[in-house]
Structures are given as structure tokens and as C-alpha cells.
Design a protein around this ligand. Structure first.
Ligand code: DGJ
Length: 694
């Protein structure tokens, strides 16, 4: 709900409130937190401390322009064609369009208009903020920096959480206290990347169930930047949006630019409540419409089983076994096209390899469909190997700088998606595959960051726009495909978890969290991803041991339980599985189908984490049903029994808990306060416990 009280705007969610307004020439932030009586809000006068500490730097501005006596990080910086480089914004009133509050600014002299947009998703207590620029004049305007939002918080010393990841080490969390100075989380790679993720979590001593948490995510999949600044003036600022590294947007006369949406939240109930709000918001609002309400199928993926050595008859054998254990979708990964026998060849040549599929891809797809499964295919549209036919025909289709050698990574180059013909070509390739074959699932991969990021087709003044244009082009292609092929399921992958963000989830149904499928590492990767992203969107496979990354051997039941905490997939070589492994797989996939609605649509509670505790336990609750997963990695000092206090249950309801081959009936209050004692006996022991309201 939007309330306007003289010079103060208030956006209200179910539990939260956000207040700001124009006062003495600046748009000032007033409050973000739990609801208070809005009639009590007021503006405060701020004085200069000295000639070196102006009120501009001390004031909590909603969107700080660079100019005058401002030295803090600006939210926006522009350059006009006559060389003037600061913005002098004047408040031009507001509009309310449906449920969006739009605050209008114009520069005092130059013809630029800026809208700050606010939309409160009341039910989820999530505030969307984004910015629009419009050039009202006859000359170009250059936007050198544009964040999606700025947030001003009282005091310093907030704990900031994000990840310090890399390939196969995605999701390694860190938490750091910021008493002073700036902390930057960013990507300069062209995509989201593995290193940091586009979200912030700020708290002062919160835990899972208690404490104040401010959080935010960005609906963007390109170079992002989050800057957290503990100011000398007893406040902390958070800015989130486009990375200004190598960024400049040329706004031509009468053109506009929309900066991606930031989603902000506040809770005083700890991380668990933060995740609950983000998960339900992502499921209901962010994910693409087609499959929003359906559950993700159990898939088989061929990658770890056969790598590039894809052979039709072997895939058919795998498909039969996949069906036998209960898979619903069969996905052929890399290696089905062109001369693709290694990562050094074939990328870009998207025709079916005749040696691998002598009777065409239909032979496999028909059999997969006959077995009653859907078929899916891997593709890496944005890339090309230099020795491919595509590159030989179109060497001008890759990003490049004049007079510079091209740098390959994984033997590949990045296609220039700012070229219309490349975008159309990729759409036609994908459209062709989806039209000619009965393909219901696409795994869209991207295995390298950008280098020599120049687009010779673009004007010299537009070179620094490529980061944004590329990301937008990917979304445009996917949107066109979705419009034409309703119900298609698309997985985002970028060398594992290099493209996990709310931007991608707006167009893709799910993501691959990591190439690291070692179940112990995965516990941590998945836990980390789960702070922000819903289980439904996270693909998790059961693969073979010894694991190809860790060399570790972990019992198959443990591996299943870990992968069952997301959208389950099987990635092992079924042609080598023993009877015992098959039997267990059948049992577990059947069980997953019975509980997947709880995992995929339920509320997540992190009960114990092996980062701190001897055991790891996560619980999912959906209406009156719940499932608890508990794990122990290493047996220590003979201890076998562990107390786990359940969460998310109703105090006065009775629940039936099935575990350790027994069934107990207890009240919700009992299970939450006294808990249950579970047995985890030995290295890599695990339990899946079902709890039902009776
Ligand atoms: C990287 C992905 O993360 C893997 O799952 C697999 O699809 C390979 N690429 C294929 O080249």
C-alpha cells in the first residue's frame, strides 16, 4: 500500500514499512523496518559539521547524484555532451501508476528526466526499486554510473554476508563486520560469475530465528556491483546495481534506460524469515509463468556418465535404466553435435553428429518418449570454438578489440550478442531444435567469462554498453523462445553456478548450482544457495563415487538425501550401477516424489550446520507436512544420538513422526521445545524423517 502524507511517502507491506520524502531540496530516506504509526514520521534538519563535512554527505538521500559537495559513493553519475559532469536534480512531483510509486526528477538545466520507482509486494514484504532515465534533449547523455537503489541505515558495524566462490567452490560463505570504509561485491566477468553473488545480507548479530536483517537481491545477470559503505557520519549505505567498471551508457535523444530491479527486505526474525520471504517471492513472482505452479521433474543428465563420448545406443541404455528407477526427464548434455569430442571442437556447430546418432536424434528421443519420459538437450549458445565451422564462416561474430589477440578460455570465444544477426541466428538455432524435435527441456550453459569486450559493430561511444546489452540479449532470446514454445523448461548453467541470480530466474526455471557434486561439499553449497534461492530452482544430482572432484566415496543413501533437498536429478553412469544401487535409487526416487512438494514449495528451516555443529539438519514445512534431513559426515567419540528441535510446526497440533523404524505422536510444542533424538551412526550417515499433522 502507498500512503502519501504531505511530504512523506510510505510504502507498506504486511509487516514492514519504507518511508521517505522530499525535504529542503533532497529526497530523504526516513525509515525501513517494522510498521509504526505513519503519522509519527518526520524529517530532520541536518547541519554541516564543517566545510569539509557537508550536510550533503551526511543526509540519507534516496538516490544520491554526483555533484556539489558530495564525496560519498553516488548512486548516479552522468556526463552531458558539453562536458558538464554533475547532476543537479530537482524534485518534479510523483505519480502513482497502479501500485507503483514513481518519483520524478529533472536536472535544473540539462534535459534529463529520472524516475525512481517503488513497488511494495505486500504479501511478501518485499520492496522493488528501480530507476528509469530519459533523455529529453537533442544531444547524447552519458550515464557513467547507475545503481538500482540506495539504502541508508542507522549506525555502522553491520555484519555483511556473501560468498567467496570459484568453480566447484561456489557458495563458500563469508561474514564480515564493517565498522568503517567500503566493501564491494561484484562481477566484472560479463555474467554473474562464481565469486560473489548479487545479494546482500546485513545484520547486527542476527541468527536463524532472531534478530534484525536487511537484505536485497538484484534482478540482473551481468556485471553487478554492491557497495556497502560504513560512513564517518554514523550510518551505513548500500548501493546495488550496474557495475560501473568499464561501464558507460549512451542515452541518445528521446531514448530511455531502465536500470534492473533491486528487491529489498527487512525482518526482525532472523535469516530463516528472510529466506522464507525471498523463496516465496521468487517462486510466485520471479520465476517464469509457465511452470510456476508445477513441480520440477526428476531428471537424468548424461554429463558425468558419458562426458563428450555420447553414443546413441549407450544413451538409450541409460534412458531405459533412468526410466526404471523413476526418472521423468532424460537430458543429453554436451557432446551430441558437430565434431564435439572434446571441449576444443564443435561449439557453434549445432547440428546433430551423424556418427554418434546415425539415425538422427529422433532415434533417442522416440525411445525416451516411448518409455514415458520427456527429452532435454544441452546447448551453449553464446560461445564458439575458433576451429568450428561457425567461426570460420563468421570470424566477425565474436567480441574483439582492434589490434589485440583473442584470448580463449576452455578453447572458446564469446559471441557478440549485440549483433542482431547473432541474436537472430541463436534464436533460430534454438527454435529449430525445439520445433524439429520433441524437446521439452534446455540446459543453457556458458563456460567462460568475457575478454576483449569490444563490439566493432557499435559506435565508439557505445563500447562500454556491451556488458548490459549482452545480458539483455540473452533474456530477449529466451523470452522469444518462451513465447513460441509454451511450457518449455530451461536450466541456467555457467560452468556450474556462474549464473545464479534473480535476473536469470526471471527467464529460466532453474539453475545448476555447481559442478561439484561431492555430497559433502554440496551440503554447504546448497545451504549457502538456499539463503536466497528456493529449493525448487536448484538442480541437484546424485553422481558416482569416487567423486571426480573430491576423490571421496560417500554412501549412496547420503548422496540421495543431499540431492533430494533441491530439484532431484541423477548424474551417475547407470550402466555401471550395482543391483543394490538400483534398488536404493528406486526407493529414494519414489520417496522423493512423495515429498517433493514439501521440498520444492515448502518453507525451509536451517536447524544445524556442519560449519558449526557435528551434524547438519534442514527441515522443510509445507502446510501440515514436513520433512527433516539430517546428516553426519564424521563419526566422533562414539556419539550416535543427537537431539534435533523441529521448527515451523503449530504448537497445538499433533504430529506423527516416522524415523528409526518407529512412529511417534507428539504435539507441535513438544517437538519444537524438546525435539526428537535421532541416530546418526558412523561416517556419512544420514536420515530422512517425515512429519505429518494428524
Ligand atoms: C559445464 C557444466 O557445468 C556441466 O554441467 C556440463 O554441462 C559441462 N559444462 C559440459 O561441457
Amino acid at each position: 500500500m502507498i500512503k502519501v502524507l504531505n511530504d512523506i511517502f510510505v510504502l507498506e507491506g504486511k509487516n514492514i514499512q519504507y518511508a521517505f520524502g522530499p525535504y529542503k531540496g533532497l529526497l530523504r530516506h526516513i525509515y525501513f523496518g517494522n510498521k509504526v504509526d505513519e503519522r509519527d514520521f518526520q524529517h530532520f534538519d541536518i547541519e554541516d559539521i564543517s566545510s569539509n563535512d557537508s550536510a550533503y554527505d551526511i543526509a540519507w538521500e534516496e538516490y544520491t547524484p554526483w555533484g556539489g559537495l558530495r564525496y560519498k559513493e553516488p548512486a548516479v553519475k552522468v556526463r552531458f555532451s558539453d562536458g558538464t559532469r554533475d547532476l543537479v536534480l530537482e524534485y518534479y512531483g510523483f505519480l502513482i501508476e497502479e501500485d507503483i510509486l514513481r518519483i520524478r526528477f529533472r536536472d535544473k538545466f540539462y534535459p534529463i528526466e529520472i524516475f525512481l520507482n517503488y513497488k511494495m509486494y505486500e504479501e511478501y514484504d518485499i520492496l522493488a526499486r528501480w530507476v528509469e532515465f530519459k533523455n529529453l534533449g537533442k544531444e547524447d547523455i552519458f550515464i557513467e554510473k547507475a545503481y538500482s537503489c540506495e539504502l541508508n541505515l542507522e549506525g555502522t558495524g553491520y555484519y555483511i554476508t556473501n560468498v567467496l566462490g570459484y568453480w566447484a567452490g561456489e557458495g563458500r560463505r563469508f561474514k564480515e563486520k564493517l565498522e568503517g570504509g567500503k566493501l564491494i561485491l561484484e562481477s566484472r566477468k560479463g555474467n554473474t560469475g562464481h565469486n560473489n553473488n548479487p545479494y546482500f545480507i546485513l545484520d547486527i548479530g542476527a541468527d536463524e530465528d532472531r534478530g534484525e536483517v536487511y537484505f536485497g537481491t538484484l534482478e540482473y545477470s551481468g556485471n553487478f556491483k554492491i557497495l556497502v559503505e560504513a560512513t564517518p557520519y554514523y550510518s551505513t549505505r548500500v548501493l546495488m546495481g550496474f557495475n560501473d567498471f568499464d561501464f558507460e551508457y549512451r542515452l541518445k535523444p528521446s531514448e530511455g534506460l531502465i536500470v534492473p530491479k533491486a528487491y529489498l527486505g527487512y525482518t526482525d526474525k532472523g535469516y530463516s524469515d528472510m529466506s522464507k520471504r525471498l523463496h516465496s517471492f521468487a517462486r510466485d513472482i520471479i520465476l517464469p509463468g509457465d511452470l510456476k505452479n508445477s513441480l520440477r521433474p526428476v531428471l537424468f543428465n548424461s554429463w558425468e556418465a558419458t562426458l563428450f563420448d555420447v553414443k546413441c545406443h549407450e544413451q538409450i541404455e541409460l534412458a531405459r535404466k533412468a526410466k526404471d528407477i523413476g526418472c521423468e526427464l532424460f537430458v543429453v548434455d554436451d557432446g551430441w553435435f558437430g565434431e564435439r569430442n572434446s571441449d576444443a571442437v564443435g561449439l557453434g556447430d549445432w547440428e546433430v553428429n551423424k556418427e554418434k546418432f546415425p539415425k538422427g536424434l529422433e532415434e533417442l528421443i522416440d525411445e525416451v518418449n516411448r518409455l514415458g519420459m520427456e527429452f532435454g538437450l544441452w546447448i551453449e549458445p553464446e560461445m564458439v570454438n575458433p576451429n568450428s565451422k561457425l567461426y570460420k564462416e563468421h570470424p566477425e561474430w565474436v567480441y574483439r578489440f582492434n589490434n589485440r589477440e583473442l584470448t580463449t578460455a576452455r578453447n572458446q570465444l564469446v559471441l557478440n550478442l549485440t549483433l542482431k544477426e547473432v541474436k537472430d541466428y541463436l534464436f533460430n538455432v534454438l527454435d529449430g531444435l525445439l520445433t524439429n524435435y520433441n524437446i521439452k527441456y534446455i540446459k543453457w550453459d556458458m563456460n567462460r567469462p568475457f575478454s576483449e569486450a569490444g563490439a566493432l559493430n557499435l559506435d565508439i561511444k557505445e563500447q562500454k554498453m556491451i556488458w548490459f546489452l549482452h545480458s539483455r540479449a540473452v533474456f530477449e532470446i529466451v523470452e522469444r523462445l518462451r513465447n513460441k514454445h509454451k511450457g518449455i523448461e530451461i536450466e541456467a548453467c555457467a560452468s556450474g553456478g556462474g549464473r545464479v541470480d534473480f535476473g536469470i530466474l526471471n527467464y529460466f526455471d532453474e539453475f545448476w548450482a555447481s559442478d561439484n557434486t561431492d555430497a559433502l561439499d554440496r551440503l554447504l553449497i546448497q545451504e549457502s544457495v538456499g539463503y536466497i534461492y528456493p529449493a525448487k530452482a536448484m538442480r541437484c544430482w546424485v553422481t558416482d563415487c569416487p567423486n571426480f572432484i573430491s576423490g571421496r566415496t560417500i554412501p549412496i543413501e547420503f548422496r540421495f538425501h543431499v540431492a533430494m533437498m533441491g530439484a532431484l536429478g541423477i548424474g551417475g553412469n547407470l550402466n555401471k550401477w550395482s543391483k543394490e544401487e538400483f534398488d536404493l535409487a528406486k526407493k529414494k526416487i519414489k520417496q522423493y516424489k512423495e515429498i517433493r512438494h514439501i521440498v520444492q514449495h515448502g518453507e525451509l528451516f536451517r536447524i544445524k550446520s556442519i560449519t558449526k555443529d557435528e551434524i547438519h539438519a534442514l527441515q522443510y514445512v509445507y502446510k501440515g507436512e514436513s520433512v527433516l534431513f539430517a546428516f553426519k559426515a564424521h563419526q566422533r567419540f562414539g556419539r550416535k544420538s543427537y537431539k534435533v528441535k523441529l521448527k515451523g510446526l503449530k504448537d497445538n497440533k499433533i504430529y506423527e513422526v516416522k524415523y528409526d523404524d518407529k512412529i511417534i505422536r507428539k504435539g507441535g510444542a513438544y517437538l519444537k521445545n524438546l525435539g526428537i533424538d535421532i541416530i546418526l551412526d558412523g561416517d556419512f550417515s544420514s536420515q530422512l524423517i517425515i512429519i505429518k499433522e494428524v
